[in-house]
Design a protein around this ligand. Structure first.
Ligand SMILES: [Fe+2]
Length: 164
């Protein structure tokens, strides 16, 4: 009989999911930056692309800490969220509303990531992977800050223009 799967297996599977997602996000952010109208939003996307490269590296460190190969696993959730973002970009390209749409897409991405990292951090705590907890928490904090700065941009620059 096959060995019953445990929380450690679930932790590894979920790491693979977010590793796949982060690498897709690295590729999507330059497109979002190009599509953004406001200089502030472009800068925010570019800054977050650099941070996201750091998130990929942190995940590689977590894989190493648990003695497992860094490997992605196709995540249909992030594919769907990113596809919606591309659709918004196509349909609203060059309009006053495009930035509001891009922010909404980016916040959906951030919230997906926050959900994943929150769970992974809790599981790492339960499994006694102390160093992994610290790494996962650093990324969780950065995703949260990005989400907050996007909210700020939405309520200041962007929504005023979209409503004009
Ligand atoms: Fe990230």
């Amino acid at each position: 009989m096959a060995k019953e799967k445990n929380l450690e297996d679930l932790f590894y599977d979920t790491l693979k999911d977010i590793y796949y997602a982060e690498r897709q996000i690295v590729k999507a952010l330059p497109k979002m930056a190009r599509g953004a109208q406001s200089a502030e939003l472009k800068a925010a996307f570019e800054k977050h692309r650099e941070e996201t490269e750091g998130h990929v590296e942190r995940l590689q460190q977590v894989f190493e800490l648990i003695g497992k190969r860094a490997q992605g696993k196709t995540c249909e959730a992030i594919q769907g969220i990113l596809a919606e973002g591309e659709e918004i970009l196509e349909e609203f390209k060059g309009t006053q509303a495009v930035d509001a749409g891009l922010i909404s897409a980016a916040q959906a991405v951030e919230h997906y990531e926050m959900a994943r990292y929150g769970t992974l951090k809790t599981w790492a705590q339960m499994l006694g992977h102390k160093e992994a907890v610290a790494l996962l928490n650093q990324t969780l904090q950065e995703e949260g800050k990005t989400d907050q700065s996007l909210s700020k941009l939405a309520t200041t620059v962007v929504n005023q223009k979209a409503a004009a």
